[in-house]
Design a protein around this ligand. Sequence first.
Ligand SMILES: [Zn+2]
Length: 493
Amino acid sequence: MEDGTTLLFDLPGFRVVECYEDEDGQRQVVVMGLAAEHACPGCGVLVAKPYDYREMVVKDLPIGQRPLRLRWRKRRYACPEGACPRRTFTETSTEVPPRHRLTGRLRAKLESAASGSARAISDVAAEYGVSWWSVQHALVVTAAGLLPDPTPVRVLGLDETRARSVRWLFGATGWRRSEPWMTSFVDLDLGRPGGLLGLTPGRSGAAVEGWLSQQSAEWRAGIEVVALDPSAPFASAIRRALPRATIVVDHWHLVRLANQMVTEVRQRVAREQLGRRGRKADPAWAHRRLLLRAGDQLSAAGLRRLAAVLTTDDPCDEIGAAWGVKELLRGLLAARTRHDAAGRLYQFYDACLAADMAETTRLAETIATWWPHIEPFLRTGITNARTEGYNRVDQAGQAGRLRLSQSGQLRAPYRPAHRRQEGSVTPVSTASPPSTAKSRQVWRGRRSRELRRATASRIAGFPSCATDPGWRRSHLWSREPPVPAAGGAPGCQ
Ligand SMILES: [Zn+2]
């Protein structure tokens, strides 16, 4: 073939060796690499004489009106070096790297067509006769090359977010559930505007570990604090992947657990008192949201309504006790000094024991289990609110309402962080309650004693606030929750 054809075809590193029309009327172009010698990838010995040729169909830019099929006649070589482990090898090209089926100039064209305008990926794929994944891959490779090195992050936030509804996909092994959850990683450093660092499919510990393992060791070593919701898989993944980081549980999720507890008690009381679910006519059901609102922010009329609800629908004071426990937990999470926190923790456990209901005991156990990670929250005031904010941006962005470009718009207020050594904590067993009523009673008594012991040891672990005047944090609520002054907290007087 003449050089003019190679010049016209203009594929870098290749010359056209054949050009014809097959019996179906399709145009075929056969090319070969320009380099005559190739080095063995095993030993580096140059080999000039191929022992075989293989043809490989490659996708390229469209030329002319009719379809054109490009074939690369690849040389295969036998390595002459006797000690070399590679017996044979095939020539390679930077234009069509190994495991690629598209020429570099087509990949560049796909990327610019998809990123340079608001066209859908499927639209670009249809125009160039390639798959959706080919366009997506070209975009991802280019974007990865443009990204700067990740900036060091000291405070990392992670949270799960539901990206879409559950889908079922039919594959070779039958129906398979498609994971609708994503885990998001956010920079929570309070001195910076922050930003979404990454998203990974799934909400398991393995997903978290997998994403962290893709980051550099220096980046991982720079993380000091990780804020998350009370999720055991997340916490154990962080303990394995970032053993030196302090885990902080967000207060918002704990208040949500307390609200859930109040709702469960209200529903159980309705079933026990009325033998049915709550209805619009029942005050407790009609005012179910009032029960969940912040007690310190209720108006005088709201407090009167609350009192009326508890008088009519709560003969055994169970809903009232649950509400009180919820408010005590909110007060504990708003504690501003070590002394406050110690007293309020004591009051909270005491109220849970006095309430003596399965729901409040379970909440006390959750707080006991997570206390090693709640106490750092009280010290540092670091919350996961920014991660939650980014989850909402993700979801809104998927709905086409909001784009993720303005990372500064979810700026969290600056709060000074004071870090101190964590105190030693007596572990509390987390076994589930037995099934029979009698053994449950015994179990509850034992749990009560365990919790009291754990409380006493935790409170003893707090140093006196007189020796630690710097232990202050900003307001989480505008008004103080209705908690009496701390008293009777051993080790803090
Ligand atoms: Zn070799």
